[in-house]
Design a protein around this ligand. Structure first.
Ligand SMILES: Nc1nc2c(c(=O)[nH]1)N(C=O)[C@@H](CNc1ccc(C(=O)N[C@@H](CCC(=O)O)C(=O)O)cc1)CN2
Ligand SMILES: Nc1ncnc2c1ncn2[C@@H]1O[C@H](COP(=O)(O)OP(=O)(O)OP(=O)(O)O)[C@@H](O)[C@H]1O
Length: 181
C-alpha cells in the first residue's frame, strides 16, 4: 500500500487531495467541527492541508510526537505556514504554539496505510493514534470523531484487528465517503 500510494504522480496526488477536500467540505462532521486534527502528509499520503485555507474560521492542529514517558500525541495549532523543524521520521512539526487536549478535539483526520469499509485502520505500526485515543474503548461516545483520509487504492475488503485498535467513524477518499459507526 505504501509503495502504491508513493507511485501516484504529482498530478494524481493534487487531484486526489482536492477531491477529498471537496468531499470533506460538505461533510456534516467537518462543518460542525471547530477544533480539527490534521496531519502533514508523507510517503504518498493524501494531502488535505488545503482545508486550512478553505475554512479560515476553524482551528487546525498537527500531531507532535510524544517524548517518553508520555505515550500520547500532542496536537499543536497550525496556521498553514511552512515549518522547518522535522521529527525523527522527518515529518514537519510546529515547535511552538497552543496545544489542544486530544480528547477535546472535535474531529481528527487520520492518516493510514490501509482501511476496510467497517472502519478498521492499519497505521504505520507505532500505535501513536491508538494510544492517544484509547479512552474511546472505555467511553465509546467520548472524544473526537475519527475520520480516516486515504486514496481509494488503500481500501481492502477486510483487515484483521487487534484489541487496542480504535475503529474509525468514517473514511473519506477521492471517490467514496464511508460511514463506519
Ligand atoms: N503524516 C503522518 N504523520 C504522522 C503519522 C502518520 O502516519 N502520518 N503517525 C502515525 O502514527 C505518527 C508518526 N508515526 C510514524 C511511525 C513510523 C514511521 C516510519 O517511517 N517508519 C519507518 C521506519 C522509520 C525509522 O525508524 O527510521 C518505516 O516503517 O519504514 C513514520 C511515522 C504521527 N505523525
Ligand atoms: N492503548 C494502548 N496502550 C498501550 N499500548 C498500545 C495501545 N494501543 C497500541 N499500543 C501499542 O502500539 C503498538 C502498535 O500498534 P499498531 O500496530 O496497531 O499501530 P498502528 O495503528 O498501525 O500505528 P499508528 O497509530 O502509529 O499509525 C502495539 O503493538 C501496541 O503494543
Amino acid at each position: 500500500m505504501r509503495a502504491a500510494r508513493r507511485a501516484l504522480d504529482a498530478n494524481q496526488q493534487r487531484l486526489a487531495g482536492q477531491a477529498i477536500v471537496n468531499r470533506l467540505s460538505h461533510h456534516p462532521t467537518l462543518l460542525r467541527a471547530r477544533h480539527i486534527g490534521l496531519y502533514w502528509p508523507m510517503d504518498g499520503e493524501a494531502d488535505v492541508r488545503g482545508l486550512v485555507q478553505r475554512f479560515p474560521e476553524k482551528r487546525f492542529y498537527l500531531p507532535v510526537l510524544p517524548h517518553a514517558p508520555h505515550p500520547q500525541l500532542r496536537f499543536v495549532r497550525w496556521h498553514g505556514r511552512a515549518l522547518t523543524y522535522r521529527n525523527r521520521y522527518h515529518i514537519p512539526e510546529p515547535v511552538r504554539g497552543h496545544s489542544h487536549p486530544p480528547e477535546q478535539l472535535d474531529l481528527v483526520l487520520m492518516p493510514l496505510v490501509a482501511f476496510d469499509p467497517s472502519g478498521a485502520r492499519l497505521g504505520m505500526g507505532a500505535g501513536f493514534y491508538d494510544r492517544t485515543f484509547a479512552i474511546q474503548h472505555l467511553l465509546p461516545g467520548a472524544g473526537p470523531r475519527l475520520v480516516g483520509i486515504a486514496h481509494q487504492l488503500q481500501c481492502v475488503p477486510r483487515l484483521p484487528t487487534d484489541s487496542w485498535d480504535i475503529p474509525l467513524h468514517g473514511v473519506v477518499t477521492e471517490s467514496h465517503s464511508y460511514r463506519c459507526r
